[in-house]
Design a protein around this ligand. Sequence first.
Ligand SMILES: Cc1ncc(COP(=O)(O)O)c(C=O)c1O
Length: 378
Amino acid sequence: MKIERFELERWMTRWELEVDYDICESGILPMSLGELCSLIDPAAASELERQVMTMPQAYSEARGTLALRSALAESYTDVTPDDILVTTGAIEANFLIFNALLNPGDHVVAVSPAYQQLHSVPRAIGTEVDLWDVVADGGGFAYDVDRLEALVRPDTRLIVINTPHNPTGAILDSAQLDRVLDLARERDTWVLSDEAYRWLEHPGGEKLVEPARNRYEKAVSVGTMSKPFGMPGLRIGWFAANQELANRAWSLRDYISLSPSKISDAVAKVAIEHREAILPRNGKIMRENLDFARTWFAVHADLASWSEPKAALLAMMKYTAPVDSTILADRLAKEARVMLAPGSAFGLEGYLRIGIGQRQDLFAEGLRRTGDFLEGLR
Ligand SMILES: Cc1ncc(COP(=O)(O)O)c(C=O)c1O
């Protein structure tokens, strides 16, 4: 398979160990096992500790343990553990779904801009990919389903959506999701719904629509421990589809990663079961960073603006300095030790991607330094 360079990953890898203020991360502040145990009920915490210390490090159940798949299945409606495949992060889930569903020459419509995998993998398979632009409408970035309707064809094999959206923070509301699914249903088209940002509602903010798999039998909902649980290091993701697709993807996975790590599977199960005790931690981080960012953008209105994320963690910052985003992002990283991802990695020149999931003091200092730096460019 010949595949395009993953621009954002390459850029992040170049700088992530050299900066002090990474304020473009795509996930919520990572959590230790100690913090997880402090948030959940003590009996469950000591049972998890016991398990982690005593379980033999054998291969695990290839599809993910029945216990984890059962906990995940309960978070959807009409989904059984057999309809779920646990994967090495959402990235493997997406990769397997594309490869299980697509053949060269198929027609795909994918949201744009996007987490680059959502375009690059179907292109590498040899499909024809039309891009559904999330449009900047003055009040922020927004989905426009009329535009999708103009792109789908009778033979469209797959529609790729991502809500809440990386990198703009746009969301599909319930009526919009229904329209997308109706367009798919009418054409017997599959929908890959990348829900990596599920469960990341802002306190007092917009409610997130339920997973697409709950509403359409050919929708595949992809989830992960990385973003809402701050545990990307577990490398646990999954998808909820139907048993046939889960089995097809499982057969591919036999050649790639074989099975999840046993420890990761056990930790993920506990976190999923106790998510109500964990999610308020994220709400507090997002709330405080949002408040700080709102004030910062108000003060620096002549240097930068943003369309606030409707949910979850990511948004695009539009800057006024007449400089390419890659050059600006490199200079910010090198000279101010601040990491804001270049819009060029998403095809959005004149923007930087910002993430509101990080430690509040680092986020605030990162933005202060960004303000000073942009001021110095005048
Ligand atoms: C939209 C989206 N999907 C999938 C992934 C992959 O996440 P992971 O493999 O860590 O679960 C990411 C990571 O940034 C993402 O933003």
